[in-house]
Design a binder for this molecule. Structure first.
Ligand SMILES: CC(=O)SCCNC(=O)CCNC(=O)[C@H](O)C(C)(C)COP(=O)(O)OP(=O)(O)OC[C@H]1O[C@@H](n2cnc3c(N)ncnc32)[C@H](O)[C@@H]1OP(=O)(O)O
Ligand SMILES: O=C(O)CCC(=O)C(=O)O
Length: 402
């Protein structure tokens, strides 16, 4: 091991070895994927039962430890799907969402889930404008719901909605109350996505020092309103959050949640966590894209069409020698494919490599003619040239000799 080069040690990706110089707690995490619940709350999205069960199966194949299957009181059909997923025999534990009411918990218990996520907002804004009730009244009902679930032998996550706008002492008091009632998890929800990595670290630190994390583990649920959901989730994990929440393609309320595929690649590259099977990430991304009818941005990390596309001559010339020069990880690692694009920025080495790939080698004059044509087309028509068109250009040049 010691004498191996980085490339030999990590043949599929580059590890961020700068991590060796920073002091953080050993990260110990599990993933709770909430695509089927928060992801489905994306406006306009309604997964079918078959779609939900298939996505659950694929999350399980990746090795995600917990799947939040839905919010059973939403409808009878939703309840039926949650129950069906809970009975699929997956390795992942299944949970579902409940408001802080006995009725919601009863409905969830009927679904055979491993644990319920009982949520309550305790920020002044939510107490005043949503519940129109005092903190004490709401906490009383919530703690009864926690006790009711535990008395029925089911696990509990007590989730503080809008935790990041809730006074920290209030949050700690509520989490301690949940801990006294043997809640298995307490969740910090950054419901409106206001955190940054520094404040995520600070907040998790405060909670970590206040509760017994051996008994009651900390969860982190981040939204992406400022584009920081993944960064905040990772900062929280570094500070001691155990259960981290994700959605495929980062779908979810408004700007969405922390994207599963980004979290998984970060766990590999930054923290050396290798236990998740990443080979079907692109396929799962496409499945959720089709089921949600939400396109994935072309430049989306890990699963976007451009994640492994290269046009610039300098890049492609180097990639043809060794893809690691411009790729953090090999596309095959996530079930993706490398695309070498012919465009305005294509160089001679790149063009020679690409035409060789489609079966041609040209004499110098022909090659120069082709190169000039490519530059003219791509600049005047402001587009790239695909393989079929490139082949026609090559054929035309060769035919001129006949
Ligand atoms: C941060 C989050 O993501 S929270 C989850 C959001 N997800 C959803 O809303 C899922 C889709 N929702 C629904 O299908 C419906 O809103 C239902 C089935 C949950 C509830 O429907 P309705 O009974 O018609 O209530 P409605 O949606 O009008 O209002 C929500 C009610 O829940 C109450 N409520 C909201 N959160 C909580 C909570 N954590 N604990 C207890 N009560 C709550 C509200 O105060 C309001 O009560 P009220 O009817 O006494 O005023
Ligand atoms: O913390 C949780 O488990 C869920 C809360 C949630 O969905 C939110 O506040 O956005």
């Amino acid at each position: 091991m010691e004498n191996q080069t980085h490339e030999e040690q990590y043949p599929d990706y580059c590890r961020n070895s700068l991590m060796d110089f920073v002091k953080i707690k050993d990260i110990d995490i599990e993933i709770c994927d909430v695509t089927l619940r928060d992801g489905e709350q994306t406006p306009g999205v309604a997964f079918s039962k078959a779609q939900k069960m298939s996505i659950a199966q694929h999350l399980d194949d990746i090795g995600v430890e917990v799947i939040e299957a839905g919010f059973p009181v939403v409808s009878d059909a939703e309840k039926d799907v949650v129950k069906s997923i809970a009975n699929m025999g997956l390795d992942a534990r299944i949970c579902c969402l409940c408001r802080s009411t006995q009725k919601d918990v009863e409905t969830a218990i009927d679904c055979d889930v491993d644990f319920v996520s009982i949520f309550l907002a305790m920020s002044n804004l939510h107490l005043k404008y949503k519940y129109h009730k005092s903190l004490e009244e709401m906490l009383d009902v919530a703690m009864n719901a926690v006790e009711y679930a535990k008395d029925h032998g089911i696990g509990v996550r007590f989730a503080a909605e809008d935790a990041t706008r809730t006074p920290i002492p209030r949050l700690i008091d509520a989490f301690k109350m949940a801990e006294e009632r043997n809640a298995d998890y307490v969740s910090i929800a950054d419901t409106i996505g206001i955190l940054n990595p520094t404040t995520a670290t600070y907040l998790v630190d405060q909670i970590y020092n206040a509760i017994d994390t051996k008994k009651t583990k900390i969860c982190m649920h981040c939204h992406d309103d400022l584009g920081l959901a993944v960064a905040n989730t990772l900062a929280a994990a570094e500070a001691g959050a155990f259960q981290i929440h994700t959605t495929v393609n980062g779908i979810g309320e408004r700007a969405g949640n922390a994207a599963l595929e980004e979290i998984l690649m970060n766990l590999r590259v930054q923290y050396g966590i290798e236990r998740y099977d990443l080979h079907n990430l692109v396929a799962l991304s496409h499945e959720v894209r089709d089921a949600s009818k939400i396109d994935v941005a072309i430049n989306k990390s890990v699963v976007g069409q451009n994640a492994f596309s290269h046009e610039s001559g300098i890049h492609v010339a180097a990639i043809l020698e060794n893809p690691r020069t411009y790729e953090l990880f090999l596309p095959e690692m996530v079930g993706g494919k490398r695309n070498l694009i012919v465009g305005k920025h294509t160089g001679t080495k790149a063009l020679a490599g690409i035409i060789k790939d489609i079966g041609y080698e040209l004499e110098e004059d022909d090659f120069c003619a082709l190169f000039d044509q490519v530059k003219v087309i791509t600049e005047t028509e402001q587009r790239s040239v695909d393989r079929d068109e490139l082949e026609v250009l090559v054929q035309n040049i060769l035919n001129n000799h006949k």
